[in-house]
Design a protein around this ligand. Structure first.
Ligand code: F6R
Length: 246
């Protein structure tokens, strides 16, 4: 583990969500024009609720912030409920009146995905880099849609989703199939972020969290790339931390 990776354990999911929201609020107090990246998935939902409540109470403003989409499904248009920017809007952006002009999303129905990925990289560069990214941990150790085998210095690109990811994402979409291809910020792109918050909740993640924190850099386990990121806080609840020992 690097000296820049800190582990913080919270009693339960509610406490984890509150702690995550506090860190986002502090980030925006210190730098109101922060450039943010937020994962979708189930884990950040509690944090989004906390941020929406803080916004309602006038404790946070996203007026000057910007946001880059972490990942999305290739070929799934914005109107489709499975589109991840659509998810981010429903659960977060619209609830805090995040200015959409300050967001960069993947144009998932493009016929030129390579150029689209380059455009997102350019947005990140032009906005001065990522200040804070809040990520989740995949059941197979993926980060964003960086699946096992991803190069640690990979850039934003089109990827084929791993079977384990397709299986675990099925719970989001009920009867609808999980799209097989994604667009994702690369591990090298994420490694340049100034701060990273990794949220991990629930006993089902205990084994993979232990593996990620105790393994050296390993492309078969993409989240081990976190060991090279400059400033990482892993926020886990007690259940997720269950295999870490004392
Ligand atoms: C979603 C994403 C994924 C999830 C991960 C954990 O945008 O990038 O890497 O963060 O699969 O998902 P949950 O939180 O649903 O367990």
């Amino acid at each position: 583990m690097t000296a820049d990776l800190t582990l913080q354990i919270e009693e339960n999911y509610s406490a984890l969500s509150r702690a995550a929201a506090r860190l986002v609020i502090r980030q925006l107090e210190e730098k109101p024009d922060s450039n943010l990246v937020f994962a979708t998935g189930k884990t950040p939902l509690g944090m989004f609720d906390e941020l929406a409540a803080a916004y309602q109470q006038g404790r946070i403003s996203f007026e000057n912030a910007s946001l880059v989409e972490l990942d999305d499904y290739y070929g799934i248009p914005l109107e489709d409920p499975r589109n991840l920017f659509n998810w981010l809007r429903r659960d977060f952006l619209d609830r805090v009146e995040f200015p959409l002009r300050n967001t960069a999303r993947f144009l998932t129905d493009t016929s030129a995905p390579v150029e689209e990925c380059a455009r997102i990289e350019q947005f990140i560069a032009a906005s001065g880099g990522i200040d804070l990214q809040v990520l989740g941990l995949g059941p197979n150790g993926h980060l964003g849609f960086n699946e096992p085998g991803s190069a640690l210095d990979s850039g934003t690109r089109v990827v084929r989703l791993a079977p384990a990811s397709l299986e675990s994402s099925q719970r989001y979409w009920g009867e609808q199939p999980v799209p097989e291809y994604g667009l994702t910020l690369g591990l090298g792109t994420l490694a340049a972020a100034r701060k990273t918050l990794l949220l991990v909740s629930g006993g089902a993640k205990a084994g993979i969290l232990h593996k990620v924190l105790s393994s050296p850099l390993d492309p078969c386990l993409p989240a081990t790339a976190l060991h090279t990121f400059p400033d990482v806080l892993v926020l886990a609840d007690r259940e997720a931390a269950g295999a870490l020992g004392d």
